[in-house]
Design a protein around this ligand. Structure first.
Ligand SMILES: [Zn+2]
Length: 142
C-alpha cells in the first residue's frame, strides 16, 4: 500500500516536472502542488469562458462546443480530484505541508490581454464585442 502510494507520488512529480517544462511557465520552481493545480484550474476556467464566447458568436458548432466543453469539464474534474488527493496526502502526513502563499487573484493583469472598457472583462484575443456584456470593444488599444 505504502509502496503504491509512494510510486504514484513519484509519477505525479515526474508528470508535474514534465508539464512545467513543456508549458514553459514563467516561474522555474513550483511553489507548492496547490499552486500548480490552481494555475491549471484557472487556465481551464479561462478556456471555458473563451469557448462559451466563441460559441455565442457562432464560431463553433453545437457539437464542437458540447464536445470541447465536456473535455474541459473532465479535465477540471481531474484537477479537482488531484487537489483533493494532495489535501488528503497532507492531512495524512505523507507529504509535508506546503508553505503558506499569499492568495493571488485568479485574473492577473497582463499586457497581452484585451480588456472590455465597459465591464473590465479580459480576453486573450481582440474582439469586436465583449463576451461578457456584449458591448463593442476596441480591438487595438496598444
Ligand atoms: Zn464587457
Amino acid at each position: 500500500m505504502t509502496i503504491i502510494l509512494a510510486s504514484l507520488l513519484a509519477i505525479g512529480v515526474i508528470v508535474f516536472i514534465l508539464a512545467v517544462r513543456t508549458k514553459d511557465l514563467p516561474e522555474p520552481e513550483p511553489v507548492s502542488p496547490f499552486h500548480y493545480l490552481d494555475e491549471r484550474k484557472a487556465a481551464i476556467y479561462e478556456n471555458l469562458r473563451d469557448l462559451q464566447f466563441e460559441y455565442r458568436v457562432g464560431k463553433l458548432s453545437d457539437q464542437d462546443y458540447q464536445q470541447t466543453k465536456l473535455d474541459l469539464q473532465r479535465e477540471l474534474a481531474g484537477v479537482m480530484a488531484e487537489i483533493d488527493r494532495v489535501k488528503a496526502e497532507i492531512a495524512a502526513g505523507r507529504i509535508p505541508m506546503p508553505a503558506k502563499e499569499p492568495v493571488k487573484p485568479a485574473v492577473q493583469p497582463s499586457s497581452s490581454k484585451f480588456v472590455c472598457p465597459s465591464c473590465k472583462a479580459e480576453f486573450a484575443q481582440p474582439l469586436k464585442f465583449c463576451g461578457e456584456c456584449g458591448k463593442p470593444m476596441k480591438a487595438a488599444q496598444a
